[in-house]
Ligand binder design. Structure first.
Ligand SMILES: [Zn+2]
Length: 64
């Protein structure tokens, strides 16, 4: 993904802005790294240039 794509990407959980971490700072194109959401503390991996913005697994309801 391109770095400027970060401006339009939003966290699927809280719609907050994402922060790019663990990426090569010299490259315009981000191939591998991580997107962190400072609002809800979720993180999403970037693999082969594709951000994996899937919400986390829903927690099944527990019954007492
Ligand atoms: Zn979030």
């Amino acid at each position: 993904m391109r770095r400027d794509l970060l401006e339009i990407l939003r966290c699927p959980v809280c719609r907050g802005e994402l922060r790019l971490t663990e990426a090569d700072p010299r490259s315009e194109e981000v191939l591998n790294g991580r997107l962190d959401c400072p609002r809800c503390a979720q993180s999403y991996p970037i693999r082969d240039g594709i951000p994996d913005l899937l919400p986390p697994e829903p927690v099944p309801p527990t019954r007492g």
